[in-house]
Design a protein around this ligand. Sequence first.
Ligand code: HEC
Length: 152
Amino acid sequence: MIAIRVLRFGALALVVFVAVAQAFRIDKTNPPVTADLDAPAPVKEVMTRACYGCHSNETVWPWYSNVAPASWMVAYDVRQGRAELNFSQWGAYTQTQRLKKLREIRDEVAAGEMPPWYYVHPMHPEARLSAESIATIEGWIESESAALKQGR
Ligand code: HEC
């Protein structure tokens, strides 16, 4: 009967953990949008749909961001995502920074690393990039990089 006691204790501990975890709320602030990405409408549409959840100050906080421990993972993604690339500050990046970020975006998208699978598959099917969306991003990166290199 030891096994049953252990199981019961484990279940109780889990319930207590989840209950107590709810007290640790995450910061769901969306800072002001100061220098939003200025790109052709189709590019903007893809980025908004697939990237802005983590890479902008316009995060639409999903329902599970109210439920610990999932909320902690969302908070982590948004914090890291904004730190790496924030489309709400795109206009404030220097030319060199933009060129570097464009290269990184191209690489991440080509490798299928962004948007992350765990974001797309269960919760955000709309963020999945079709071949057409990828082509839109690649075309933009090419023309935008060329323009930046000419010091526009
Ligand atoms: C679920 C949140 C989430 C979404 C949606 C998302 N990203 Fe990210 N992204 C992150 C996180 C977290 C990091 C930082 C950690 C890492 O590199 O994995 C990151 C890092 C990056 C980086 C920097 C990688 C490097 O070289 O260091 C780029 C570029 C990027 N993302 C592009 C995109 C693009 C483009 C999209 C949309 C097509 C997108 N991301 C969608 C969470 C996200």
